[in-house]
Design a protein around this ligand. Structure first.
Ligand code: ADP
Ligand code: F6P
Length: 456
């Protein structure tokens, strides 16, 4: 039987969830089984030269550690100080150092070496995200012939942003070694095709096939989903104590994000400030809970966003708080999924306002968690991949705080019947296109690409 081998930078070994990729793949692997290979999260001086097994999950987990130099150059450097800002339309935040690219390639080559003894004929390899673009090329160079697919969880940059990388054509060369390239949204597939046309050697063979750097590749959109059925159950069964603690009399607005500059958190805070200035009737009637665990804290741009958001929240609280009411509760901690589900269900407004985002699973989780009889309103950025399939949300421009403040006021006053109608349409998509649908559709497409399969 064909085994599924998933490779991602991050492998969840501890308690804390770490973003959309981990949440989605855990759900996908729990149902289909397979092997998940990734970084343990341990930075050690002398990492072992073999993968380490971690029993105790419904699928096999194998990890590698990184030494400090590799962690700096591959993860913090090329992945998160170069590719991440470029893919999120912020090339001005890039920090370019030649050793970052060298470290990125070195770690991808090492991962290929570590994987090789564990691969068998008939395996399908599914590589995740921007940390591992060169992995297929490295595996092919070692004789691996099984189907290898890539899925990009974040936006693909258009030509102007791509060109800000020191090595744009190499990016397309790396991608050309995959059989299947998966993107979150049509927006990303379009950006990929246009960037490839301008910056690489490409020939479009059909709607979904192209010849890239002389190799045939299939490229399609597979919008990621959540484990909708279990999320609905978790929200319904959220502990009563948590519910009781939140009953302050005010209607709650919730944001749940990693503390990332792509998530538009300062813009959200400014919009809330405008709302309270324009609509003082809402004082003490609305409360804003922003949950944002810090992420990638060694990178300067993330230190800056933390300072900026804390400063803004403090200013707004200072300006508007009363003896009975704090306008913003800003919490920098991860929460277990059932607690989050209960919080979403309590919230009249779900705020998902990134400046750029691959999909954004929080948008889908918020919808799944609502009580269909009395649902809340999703306010969604037009720049989240989720916006392509969620037109019944209040779609806003996150750069325009007045547009966002108006949407907050509209959501606060939206009649029950309109909330129900919008929610029912949103829920239908979240149910139909859940994480099981996503992985099954992707893997069926990858299965069709099984060309010559010996591992070598
Ligand atoms: P990203 O992958 O960029 O972090 P997504 O919105 O796609 O963004 O995914 C974030 C995932 O991480 C969601 O499943 C969300 O529930 C989870 N998450 C985010 N913040 C927290 C938190 N504070 N506690 C627990 N889970 C969180
Ligand atoms: O979903 C995008 C993503 O970058 C994933 O690849 C990653 O696991 C997640 O966000 C969280 O980021 P990190 O792994 O750097 O903490």
């Amino acid at each position: 039987m064909s085994r599924l081998i998933v490779v991602s930078n991050r492998l969840p070994l501890g308690e804390n969830p770490s973003g959309g990729l981990v949440v989605a793949l855990e759900d996908a692997l729990r149902s289909s089984g397979g092997v998940w290979i990734g970084f343990s999260g341990e930075v050690v001086d002398d990492p072992r030269n073999e993968l380490q097994d971690h029993p105790g999950a419904p699928f096999q987990r194998m990890s590698f550690d990184l030494n400090p130099q590799d962690h700096q150059e591959y993860y913090l450097g090329y992945s998160n100080s170069m590719l991440w800002p470029v893919c999120h339309g912020r090339p001005n935040l890039m920090h370019i150092l030649p050793e970052y690219l060298e470290g990125y390639k070195r770690v991808n080559a090492r991962i290929a070496d570590l994987m090789l003894p564990h691969l068998r004929d008939g395996d399908r390899i599914w590589v995740q995200d921007y940390h591992l673009f060169p992995l297929a090329a490295e595996l092919r160079a070692r004789g691996v012939r099984c189907p290898i697919g890539h899925f990009l969880h974040i936006p693909f940059p258009g030509p102007a942003d791509c060109a800000a990388l020191p090595n744009p054509s190499e990016l397309f060369d790396w991608l050309s070694y995959y059989d299947l390239l998966g993107f979150q949204a049509h927006r990303d597939l379009g950006a990929f095709a246009e960037s490839a046309r301008q910056l690489a050697e490409v020939e479009q063979l059909s709607e979904t096939r192209l010849r890239l750097s002389g190799r045939e590749v299939r490229a399609e959109v597979f919008p990621i989903g959540i484990d909708t059925a279990s999320f609905i159950e978790e929200a319904k069964n959220a502990p009563d104590e948590d519910r009781a603690r939140l009953l302050t009399g005010a209607k709650m607005m919730i944001g749940v994000d990693r503390l990332d500059y792509s998530k538009g958190i300062p813009q959200r805070f400014r919009a809330y400030q405008i709302l309270l200035e324009q609509d003082p009737d809402l004082i003490e009637c609305i409360s804003f809970l922003q949950i944002a665990p810090p992420t990638r804290g060694e990178v300067e741009a993330y230190q800056d966003i933390r300072e900026e958001t804390e400063h803004l929240a403090g200013r707004i609280n200072g300006q508007f708080a009363t003896l009975n009411w704090t306008p913003i509760r800003f919490i920098h901690r991860p929460f277990p999924r059932p607690v989050l589900a209960g919080l979403y269900r309590q919230a009249r407004i779900g705020l998902v306002t990134p400046l750029a985002d691959g999909m954004n699973l929080v948008a889908k989780e918020y919808v799944a968690a609502q009580d269909p009889q009395d649902p809340g309103v999703l306010i969604l950025s037009r720049f989240a991949g989720a916006a392509e399939a969620m037109p019944e949300a209040l779609i806003i421009n996150p750069h325009d705080p007045h547009d966002l403040a108006d949407a907050m006021a509209e959501a606060m006053r939206m009649p029950l019947e309109e909330r129900q109608r919008r929610h029912a349409a949103l829920l239908q998509d979240v149910v139909e296109h859940d994480v099981g649908w996503w992985s099954a559709t992707y893997l069926a497409a990858l299965g069709q690409e099984a060309k010559s399969e010996s591992v070598g």
